[in-house]
Design a protein around this ligand. Structure first.
Ligand code: NAI
Ligand code: MG
Length: 505
């Protein structure tokens, strides 16, 4: 790699790291892919190559799964005392914090997001979930259960449950929060005593590889606990999802691939958890703090360039305040400075890839041709090689337009007024989607807010806020937004099996 390809001065470790040809991490060693194939990693702000990664396929997945299997079956990780496991997981959190600058720069260069956001949100939330899960390592418990057994009168039993690690887990993650998605998935698997094969997204493999390097350099984990295979979805993701020696697969990404994963998992009926797409409503009542609602609704859709599974992509504002809200959001949209994530004056970076640029700009065009009126943005520009789409607001959308029904995954808001007072009718519109990931309700009336929160069929409802995440809060979807929950103690259920033991006294 030619270092001059970067337009920005980067941390020395980042410069060194980008120059490497990244290998796969299998059984505690860095190895080439069996095929010898590699793929290029690009900076989405320029479209230029910044690094090279090994392209893993089925043969590499076989090796990684066999290392994870052998390690799991040996009990080398599961048998580490819970408090020692907790200390190791906590140490990973500290290492992440110590490397904030370089991880944030890698994330910005690889994904496109502003470097300050990468540091303040992605890296900070990543270390936080490792800390949270470090605490759980000592609290994964069973219960004692008094039993009766009517067909053995007079007998006495002692029954209890053991919560055991589910085994070898395959984890397939997306490109929108590359480090954070790795952190959500790795931290719980380690706390539960599982062994892991992680498959980062082909668009953004760098931060997960650097995290792996940091963990490896500190000799924190027995070999085989963590394995990382970079590569494309069909080549490396699909064989991992189908692998007969993988006990569980955890996936975050598109609903389409989520469905493929459930099919692939059927071979050995491995456990599956899925965190998929969304088309989340932001619902603003006339009694809301309108300034806060405008700022919140804008950030709900424009944060991370709209590349959030829970992006507030459908704005429902009461007709009494619709014009004021639409205008306010449009003003914010027009003032957002779009530019390379590494330029500290940029407030919004490029989309992650040419594929996403084409998809999102295609939706802007289809919205126009379906009669949507653009009141902010609508511009997209890849003439510099970067994949820039300006924050866009469509007013006068209706429920049958594809921009209202389908996940755009870009900075494009579809606004609709509502006139109803009846919360059931409002909920009906909010729930008129195949997805069910999130929603936000903006009202000063606590009764309206709580009643509507109960009626919305989604895994998260925010009131007078949006995109508030915490390691202790479960996150996931109803309907086609997924199966199971990430984070909180709820996620431990996805990574453990429950065993009932009964002793005849
Ligand atoms: P994707 O679902 O294809 O990719 C996510 C991950 O799955 C990547 O690691 C990819 O390599 C892997 N993958 C792809 N095909 C696979 C297969 N057949 N078997 C196993 N693993 C496979 O998402 P993509 O193509 O990057 O983006 C397409 C759309 O998906 C986006 O426009 C957006 O609507 C949605 N998406 C949703 C995300 C979320 O957070 N819920 C994250 C990323 C994308
Ligand atoms: Mg795909």
């Amino acid at each position: 790699m030619d270092a001059s390809i970067l337009n920005y001065t980067v941390n020395d470790n980042v410069a060194k790291f980008l120059k490497q040809t990244h290998k796969l991490y299998i059984n505690g060693k860095w190895v080439d892919s069996k095929s010898g194939k590699t793929f290029d990693v690009e900076d989405p702000a320029t479209g230029k190559k910044i690094s090279t990664c090994a392209a893993g396929d089925k043969n590499d997945i076989d090796l990684a799964v066999s290392a994870a299997r052998k390690c799991f079956d040996s009990g080398k990780w599961h048998s580490v005392p819970p408090n020692e496991k907790g200390k190791i997981i906590w140490k990973i959190a500290e290492l992440i914090d110590d490397h904030t600058e370089e991880l944030a720069q890698l994330e910005s260069l690889d994904n496109g997001k502003p470097v300050a956001i990468a540091a303040g949100a992605d890296v900070a939330l990543s270390s936080d979930i490792f800390r949270y899960m470090a605490g759980w390592a000592t609290k994964i418990e069973g219960e004692t259960i008094p039993i009766s057994v009517p067909y053995t009168p007079g007998a006495q039993y002692h029954s209890y449950t053991l919560r055991e690690p589910v085994g070898v887990v395959g984890q397939i993650i997306p490109w929108n929060f590359p480090l954070l998605m790795a952190a959500w998935k790795l931290s719980v698997a380690l706390a539960a005593g599982c062994t892991i094969v992680l498959k980062p997204a082909e668009q953004t493999p760098l931060s997960a590889l650097r995290l792996t390097e940091i963990i490896n350099n500190s000799n924190l984990l027995p070999e085989g606990v963590l394995n990382v295979v970079t590569g494309f979805g069909e080549d490396a993701g699909a064989p991992l999802a189908a692998h007969p020696h993988v006990d569980k697969v955890a996936f975050t990404g598109s609903t389409e691939v989520g469905k493929l994963i459930t099919k692939a998992s059927a071979g050995n009926l491995k456990k599956v958890s899925l965190e998929l797409g969304g088309k989340s409503p932001t619902i603003i009542f006339p009694d809301a703090d309108i300034d806060a609602a405008i700022a919140g609704a804008a950030s709900a859709i424009f944060f991370n360039h709209g590349q959030c599974c829970c992006a507030g992509s459908r704005l429902m504002a009461h007709e009494k305040v619709f014009d004021q809200v639409a205008e306010g959001i449009s003003k914010i949209a027009s003032n957002i400075k779009v530019g390379p994530g590494m330029d500290t004056s940029s407030e919004m970076g490029p989309l992650v890839s040419d594929e996403q640029f084409k998809k999102v700009s295609g939706y802007i065009e289809s919205g126009k041709s379906e009669g949507g009126e653009i009141i902010a943005g609508g511009k997209y520009d890849n003439s510099s090689g970067g994949h820039f789409v300006h924050p866009t607001v469509f007013a006068k959308t209706d429920k049958d337009m594809s921009i209202v029904k389908e996940e755009i995954f870009g900075p494009v808001l579809c606004a609709q007024p509502f006139s109803d007072q009846d919360l059931d009718k409002i909920a009906e519109v909010a729930n008129n989607t195949t997805y069910g990931l999130a929603a936000s309700v903006w009202s000063q009336n606590i009764s309206t807010a709580h009643k509507l929160a109960a009626k919305i069929r989604a895994g998260t409802v925010w009131v007078n806020c949006h995109n508030i995440f915490d390691a202790s809060l479960p996150f996931g979807g109803y309907k086609e937004s997924g199966w199971g929950r990430e984070m909180g103690h709820e996620v431990l259920k996805n990574y453990t099996e429950l065993k009932a033991v009964t002793v005849n006294l």
